[in-house]
Each structure stands twice: as C-alpha cells, then as structure tokens.
Ligand binder design. Structure first.
Ligand code: ADP
Ligand code: MG
Length: 321
C-alpha cells in the first residue's frame, strides 16, 4: 500500500470524511473549502500530539484517535464555536493496516460525537506524531476570550477535575490496573482517553461568560491565563474545587486534590460570568460549580477555608522547562 492508497482507504473513505454542514469541498483537492455563515468568525486551533510525550508509545489506536480529536475540539468548545471541519497531519513509522483501521474508527467516533468532518491532511513517514487543526464558526462578538473577565464575576468550572491526571500512572502501567476496582478503573481510563469536549456548554456561554478557556494544563495554571489576559486576580476557594471521585478512590483526598489543581488533561471549561447568570446556568448544566471569584489584583490566589492564601507553585506542564 502506498501513501495515496493509505489516504484513500483509511481517511478519504472513513466515516468522518463524508462531508458535513458548511463543508463545501472535503478531501481530495489542494485545499478544502469551508462555508463560514454570515455574521460569524472562523475559529481555528492546532494541536500536536507526539508519541512518548503526549501519549504512551503503545497507545491503543482506537482510543488515540478519539483522544487526539477530543483534545483539539475542546479548544472550539472553549471559544464557544460550533465545529465545522478538521485536518489531520499524521506521521507514521510504517503502514500498519490494523493500527490505521482502529485509529480511523476512533477518530470517526469522536468526529460523529462532535459533528465535525475530516477535510484534509498530510501523511508523512517518521516517529508517530499527529497534528490536528480544527475549524469552527462563532457569531461575531460572541467568541469566549480569555481577556474579558470582569470585577465581581464568579469563577466556575464545568465539572469534576483530576481524573485524567490521576489516570496517567495507570495508562503508563506504573500502577497495576488489576489492583483497581473495575468501576474506578473505567472512569479513570475514560477521563484520559475519551474526554468530552464541552461543546453544548460553550455554545450556551456565548454572550454570557466574560472569559473562558478549557483546562488542559491544570486548573491553577489555566486560571492564571485568564487572570493575566484580563489583568485581574482570580481567587479560588480550594474546598470548592470539585475533585473527581475516581481520582480520590485511586489516590486519596490529598493527592487527588493536587491532580485537580495542577494535573492537566481534564478538558473541562473554566469561565467567569456575572452572578445573576448562575441560577439559569446551573439549571441547564447541573455539573457546573462555582469555585471562586474575580477581584482586583493579579494572578491566581488559592484560599483555604479561613480565607488565607495557600502558597504553591502552579506553573502547569511546560515543554521547555
Ligand atoms: P498535496 O500534495 O497537494 O498537499 P497530498 O497528496 O498530500 O496533497 O494529499 C492529497 C489529498 O489528501 C489532500 O486533499 C489532502 O488534504 C488529503 N490528505 C492527505 N493526508 C491526509 C490525512 N492523513 N487525512 C486526511 N486527508 C489527507
Ligand atoms: Mg501534502
């Protein structure tokens, strides 16, 4: 099988490449053509996943396909954008038909969940790596930026945190999975392999949230991005941070809390909005929790039950450190 047969067989003919709303032309020409609805902006984001850095070398292909796309689409959710299409640049060490078939099926499953179509890509030989570029549409003026937080806003997260970070030693087989209760194990693996981009919430928050992002590097580090871009301080009540049950069952309360605060890969949304929006929001999205507020100052402050600042480092994951 050569490069063109590979593309044809595993990508052009895959379920996720059969068109979709606002895709005028998909795979096969020099470019794909997208339709951006009137009064909308095109939201674009790229993510690269390198084998051995972002996922284990022996990662199951079906799960890897799901995770790679979920991680990328999460950025569209965080922007309040509706997905349209994505490109896939894939670097493969060799042509392994079984691997490619499973990868393409995983990719298609997540694409279907997110209503996004594969519109093109590039195929090269080398150590396994994936670059996905996602494109979506968001009404002009309604994109959820990091820079819009306002004094007096509540700081919220879309759901429990920490399970994906807790799952890493399990995924890497540093912890024997047979020692973990089955239900806990399944929750941990799902959190790591199949994060669910918060597209419906992102859509709801258009024109309501003042600032938002998805939590990929850890709650504290990512809230730091909102604080910096908005030139305000984000205060977080440590006791209010929702910690995933599966993380607590695996690691105990204290280590699970650290995963929730500083572990990455949750792909929940963190956002700020006016207090008057809260009741309706939580009615529509019961998993949303208030964890703090926006106040004058700079950076992120983590507070204990007595309102005292807890000093800690929260730089998140950085590749060149
Ligand atoms: P070009 O040389 O013009 O860049 P290619 O020969 O690399 O085109 O690719 C041919 C077509 O197949 C293009 O439409 C491209 O977007 C698509 N394509 C290549 N690799 C992939 C892939 N991994 N997934 C999806 N589409 C791909
Ligand atoms: Mg090419």
């Amino acid at each position: 099988m050569n490069e063109f047969e590979l593309i044809q067989h595993f990508f052009t003919r895959s379920a996720c490449a059969q068109g979709g709303e606002n895709i005028s032309l998909g795979i096969g020409d020099d470019c794909a053509l997208l339709q951006i609805p009137a009064e909308h902006r095109c939201a674009v984001s790229t993510d690269t996943l390198v084998s051995g850095i972002h996922f284990p070398d022996q990662a199951p292909a079906f799960l890897l396909g799901q995770r790679a796309l979920a991680v990328a689409v999460s950025d569209l959710a965080a922007m309040g954008a509706t997905p349209i299409g994505f490109t896939l640049a894939i670097t493969l060490p060799q042509i392994d038909a079984d691997w490619l078939q499973a990868f393409s099926e995983g990719l298609s499953l997540m694409a279907q969940r997110c209503s996004i179509g594969l519109i093109g890509g590039d195929t090269t030989r080398g150590p396994l790596a994936l670059t996905l570029t996602v494109m979506g549409a968001v009404p002009t003026q309604q994109a959820l930026l990091r820079s819009g937080a306002q004094l007096g806003d509540l700081l919220c997260v879309s759901g429990a945190l920490g399970a994906a970070a807790a799952a890493v030693p399990v995924v890497l087989a540093e912890i024997d999975r047979h020692t973990i209760p089955e239900a806990t194990l399944q929750q941990l693996l799902a959190a790591y392999w199949t994060p669910q981009p918060q597209l419906q919430l992102g859509h709801y928050l258009r024109g309501k949230a003042h600032a938002a992002l998805d939590i990929s590097d850890g709650l504290l580090a990512d809230c730091g991005h909102i604080a910096k871009a908005s030139q305000l301080c984000l205060q977080i009540q440590q006791a209010a941070v929702p910690v995933a049950m599966a993380a607590r069952q695996l690691l105990g309360d204290s280590a699970a809390l650290q995963c929730a605060l500083s572990g990455g890969d949750d792909y929940q949304l963190a956002f700020t909005l006016a207090p008057c929006e809260l009741a309706r929001l939580q009615h529509a999205f019961p998993a949303v929790q208030v964890i703090g507020q926006v106040c004058a100052g700079a950076g992120v402050q983590l507070l204990d039950a007595a309102g005292q600042s807890i000093v800690r480092s929260y730089s998140g994951y950085q590749h060149f450190n």
